[in-house]
Design a binder for this molecule. Sequence first.
Ligand code: MYR
Length: 185
Amino acid sequence: MAPAVPKSGDAIFASVDRVNSELFTLTYGAIVRQLITDLEEVEEVNKQLDQMGYNIGVRLVDEFLAKSNVSRCVDFRETAEVIAKVGFKMFLGVTASVTNWDAEGTTCSLILEDNPLVDFVELPDTCQGLYYCNILSGVVRGALEMVSMKTEVTWLRDMLKGDDVFELQVKLLKQVPEEYPYKDD
Ligand code: MYR
């Protein structure tokens, strides 16, 4: 029998297309607000949001691979484009652009000009250290780990802190091919 309560975070990313996007945004806001109340320190809230996102990402990647039909990417550059154009579109309803590559092709930035998570949101002065969208960095990290890529994912720009866009830096730390779930044939 299906559990009465979904595992941590599952409901949040239950395909945006099937959920009214305002309800999605307000539900996420309510979760963040509750975490602030419960944990008190914004650093702890940041960690918790990241962990929730990670838990979602490791589960969501199966749905992504099944629905998107993307084939195995040849390199991290292609993976980044897939996340930005297909993954974000599928689960967040918006696309990102990929920029700021380093010379090695292992670090880039995903730029979001539009982010439905922050509609109606304004950070009070007491929450300036909050990475409100930290769930997204966790989702990307968790999903990539399931396709063999250990990454570090960091917010560099945040519209809630006055920046013109959201910039999520994704740094490839290590690839572990044996954990890759595809079968090559
Ligand atoms: C590959 O590199 O072989 C293809 C694997 C691409 C993994 C894409 C993971 C999707 C992440 C979705 C992020 C959604 C954020 C809202």
